[in-house]
Write a protein that binds this ligand. Structure first.
Ligand code: 5RP
Length: 222
């Protein structure tokens, strides 16, 4: 999609020689990685840290040198997509199921740039079901605990009908949370619930959101 491509490519302007770059996951960052690959081919010297196996494979295809997350202490810039972002830069991520690694990489980054098409910018979060990564051992417990709090959870399945399993061998529950008016409160509740490995509420993380529009223009939100 053109709006994803222009947003994804634009973010590469923030990347300079010598940087360690967090590489997000998804169809928008796909264009970022593709562009970075071309820049690397032309001499840009960076090291990437991938947020998923899918991204690792894509970066390898483009010969972007990679470091494992455990090899880095600090990442200069991470470029990632988002499923929803509001005007306070609160976001929902995890549509691709990579939220755990994405959050770890984001929290280790000095700067986080999100690349989205305009459909992702919303006034109220939650139309996109909130992804939560859970241990297969205890997903029923988490479902019950959430329901007691009035939150309905759906197990994520793959297109072939099999249960979706993350890169970390966990499951994803997609939560009905619309309208999410107090993201901080929900984030705290989910943080304190045993059996949840991570959730897709990314608060106080994005520094900049690059929005690609259908008319071919780009808006940068700070
Ligand atoms: C993956 C993510 C993605 O960044 C998010 O789903 C956006 O993806 P896309 O750019 O394909 O719309 O959080 O876990």
């Amino acid at each position: 999609m053109e709006s994803k491509r222009i947003a994804g490519e634009k973010a590469c302007e923030a990347i300079k020689d010598g940087m360690t770059v967090g590489l997000g996951t998804g169809s928008t960052v796909f264009y970022t990685i593709e562009r970075l690959g071309m820049l690397v081919k032309n001499g840009l010297e960076i090291k990437g840290v991938a947020t998923s196996i899918e991204t690792e494979e894509l970066a390898k295809k483009w010969h972007i040198p990679l470091l494992s997350f455990n090899e880095v202490t600090e990442i200069d810039v991470t470029i990632d997509g988002a499923d929803e972002v509001n005007h306070a830069f609160e976001g929902i991520k995890g549509g691709g199921g990579a939220l755990l690694r994405e959050k770890l990489v984001a929290l280790s980054s000095k700067q986080n740039i999100w690349v989205v098409d305009e459909s992702k910018v919303v006034d109220v979060l939650g139309k996109f079901h909130l992804p939560v990564e859970v241990l297969p051992f205890s997903y029923k417990y988490v479902e019950r605990e959430l329901l007691e709090r009035g939150i309905k959870a759906h197990i994520r399945y793959q297109a072939d009908g099999e249960i979706f399993i993350t890169n970390n061998e966990n499951m994803i529950l997609d939560l009905e949370v619309y309208p999410l008016v107090d993201a901080k409160k929900l984030s705290n509740e989910l943080d304190s619930l045993s059996g949840i490995v991570e959730h897709g509420l990314f608060l106080n993380i994005a520094n900049q959101v690059i929005v690609g529009k259908k008319d071919g223009t780009i808006e940068i939100l700070h």
